[in-house]
Design a protein around this ligand. Structure first.
Ligand code: ADP
Ligand code: ZN
Ligand code: ZN
Length: 654
């Protein structure tokens, strides 16, 4: 007798598909099925004996004898699909490594070995660390959320290592999520040198075989620790005993395409499901986590002092209103000289790669713009190209102005490349190391740069935000922060929160061992309130003010947001689709949800597509989700649905 399988297939449709099957099959196994004119790999969700549909097609092959997704992971994925209103087939595709997605056999090629030897630390945990460690260990075996709020260099990683060891001793597995592993190879090596277990890492720089092996070793329980970026939240771990999220505030935990999930937010769901603690560490808690703490949903553990006794750096402002046209204020150059003379390292942080952000005509108002996006093009000198940082388009710059024909084209502003050039003229005898996506594109070059810095020799490091996180450069004494004023003027309601976090994180790179470090921030807005708090390292007080503002304005985390975005090459279609959506949403009529829009996106045109947004806002999460579910059920009635690209983003961060 043949059974009926309900199968999830990776297509952007909010439904599952029934197939006949006369072979043995289990829930969670992969099956090869005909779909349209193709054959695709799907995953069995349920086995049943009746279907609402007639004339079912048959399964071609059952790929797995045993489930590739066990019931707890399936439940977690179904919950996620439901919460983010995203098709389960695509959610499952996000969770599986590519080789499993395309139907390859689920066998481990090369078992990761146990570390040859592990080292014990040559210090005892501080009182604050001990308190945090003991509190978390006391909670192993039950659900609890902890915010490990420790200033930069306070020894949060040391806390992770000790609680992980304890969970491992109890026969449990540990899941550690980090923002961008490729950027912090030290994190992996610190875990490997301390924990006597198999550690697998899951991130974009691993090849497909390594990713498959890591997945399967997590699933079999052979790997004690899974260390990964956001998608590792879906790693199957039958003995999961602890989840750690490092740099909780980091926006890379939110996926910004296709299945738009937040690994940080999902970590609570996974921890609850497995009945285990989740620990979120940061020096600069997100407003979301601070609100959870105020609501007593999570417990804060504080590390207020740097672990090795080093002082937090001294922070000062450099007023740029009197310094026109220069990248570096005279005072900053003077300070840098002093530190370099003492054989120290200095880092300058500027969040723009390339030579100069503006290529313009001094005679008329012409500016080099991207033909495909509503943005200016960035000049890159070493390749003599204008580049669009949104769509990647490149052009060779003209030598005369296309509008007025004068030979009066110039650059304005600074990127890392031009800053490096300026530094060479100020400091002809000092090594300058530039770290941005252009200088680290080759796989090994980032690590080589890091090695050079870690040698401790005096140098100037110029970098983008790639450098803001997690690095521990012991001879780095001073940090200069350039060109952050954009963040003060941005229209994104999260901009000041992000800027405060960034300034504290960047500052945290300075003076981590030994003498007190120094941080100098260049700005044209020295009276902005953010600096009152950043200068005195009072991030939490500033966050408190932002929380109050969000509460008054009914914005996240005090209200639930969802975004319906539509984009099309035809501007009127994108907007018209959202107007159609508004009509449908109003017909469904849920009073507690407010609609706002459609409005054009801040950057309206990207890669020839026009972007429009419709925001949905509510105090009532249930009502909002109810509305979105009903909307999705009726979305097929929208006339323009196939003429535009559209998606839902739940808890959007932009
Ligand atoms: P964080 O993760 O909070 O930035 P780390 O865990 O990287 O901090 O610790 C900063 C430095 O302090 C590291 O070099 C670490 O080895 C050291 N450290 C951590 N805990 C202690 C301690 N209890 N005593 C002395 N040094 C410590
Ligand atoms: Zn001109
Ligand atoms: Zn472009």
């Amino acid at each position: 007798m043949s059974l009926i399988l309900e199968v999830a297939i990776p297509v952007p449709l909010n439904k599952t598909f029934d197939y006949l099957c006369n072979q043995k099959a289990t829930v969670g196994a992969r099956v090869k099925v005909p779909f349209g004119r193709k054959t695709v790999i799907g995953v069995v969700l349920t086995i049943k004996d009746k279907s609402d549909f007639e004339k079912l097609k048959s399964v071609e092959e059952v790929v797995d004898d045993t489930p590739i997704l066990d019931q707890p992971i399936l439940d977690f994925l179904l919950w996620s699909a439901n919460y983010y209103h995203h098709p389960i087939g695509e959610v499952i595709a996000t969770a599986l490594p590519k080789n499993l997605r395309i139907g390859k056999e689920a066998i481990i090629k090369k078992v990761v070995g146990l570390p040859l030897k592990t080292n014990e630390p040559d210090f005892e945990p501080t009182e604050e660390q001990t308190n945090a460690i003991n509190t978390i260990i006391g909670a192993l075996g039950k659900y609890h959320g902890f915010l490990l709020h420790g200033v930069t260099g306070s020894g949060k990683t040391e806390v992770y290592l000790r609680i992980a060891q304890k969970a491992l001793n109890q026969g449990k597995q540990v899941l550690v999520l980090v923002p961008e592993i490729g950027l912090t190879p030290q994190m992996v090596s610190r875990f490997e040198s301390r924990l006597n277990t198999r550690i697998v890492s899951i991130h974009s720089q691993r090849n497909e075989t390594q990713k498959l092996d890591a997945y399967l070793m997590a699933k079999s329980g052979e790997a004690g620790v899974v260390l990964g970026t956001r998608s590792a939240i879906f790693a199957p771990m039958p003995n999961l005993g602890l989840i750690i999220i490092d740099e909780e505030h980091d926006s890379s935990f939110k996926q910004q395409s296709s299945f738009r999930y937040s690994a940080r937010d999902l970590s609570f769901v996974r921890a609850k499901q497995a009945n285990i603690p989740v620990v979120l560490g940061t020096a600069t808690p997100s407003l979301e986590m601070l609100k959870r703490m105020i609501d007593k949903k999570i417990t804060r553990l504080t590390l207020a002092k740097r672990a090795n006794g080093a002082l937090l750096p001294k922070v000062s402002l450099l007023d740029m209103r009197t310094e026109t046209g220069v990248a570096l204020s005279a005072l900053l150059v003077e300070k840098m000289k002093q530190y370099l003379k003492k054989n120290k390292q200095v880092m300058l942080f500027i969040n723009r790669r390339g030579y100069a952000p503006v290529y313009f005509c001094t005679e008329c108002d012409w500016k080099a713009q991207c033909d495909h996006c509503d943005t200016g093009m960035i000049y890159h000198r070493h390749i003599n190209r204008l580049k669009c940082h949104h769509c990647g388009d490149e052009k060779i710059p003209q030598s005369t102005c296309p509008d007025c024909n004068q030979a009066s084209l110039e650059v304005y502003g600074y990127g890392t490349e031009r800053l490096e050039e300026t530094l060479c003229s100020h400091f002809p005898d000092t090594a300058i190391i530039r770290i941005d996506r252009d200088t680290t594109r080759r796989k090994k070059s980032f690590e080589q740069h890091l090695e050079q810095i870690n040698s401790g020799k005096p140098c100037i490091i110029v970098g983008t935000q790639m450098l803001a996180k997690g690095h521990d450069f012991s001879n780095l004494a001073m940090v200069g922060v350039l060109d952050i004023d954009g963040g003060l003027l941005s229209s994104n309601f999260r901009a000041t929160e992000y800027l405060a976090q960034l300034l504290i994180q960047v500052s945290g790179r300075a003076g981590r061992s030994g003498d007190q470090g120094e941080v100098a921030i260049q700005t044209r807005y020295p009276e902005h309130p953010i600096f009152n708090f950043v200068l005195s390292n009072r991030y939490t007080q500033y966050a408190g003010i932002l929380l109050k503002q969000r509460n008054q304005a009914m914005m996240p985390p005090y209200a639930q947001y969802a975004l319906l975005c539509a984009n099309a090459k035809d501007k009127t279609l994108a907007e018209a689709f959202l107007n159609e959506a508004v009509t449908l949403l109003k017909r469904i009529q849920i009073d507690s949800v407010e609609l706002w829009g459609p409005v054009a996106n801040t950057i309206e045109k990207k890669s020839d597509y026009y972007y429009f947004n419709l925001y949905l806002q509510s105090n009532d999460r249930k009502a909002l989700h109810q509305l979105l579910s009903t909307f999705n059920q009726h979305a097929h009635t929208l006339k323009l649905k196939n003429k535009v690209r559209w998606y839902l983003d739940i808890d959007p961060i932009e």
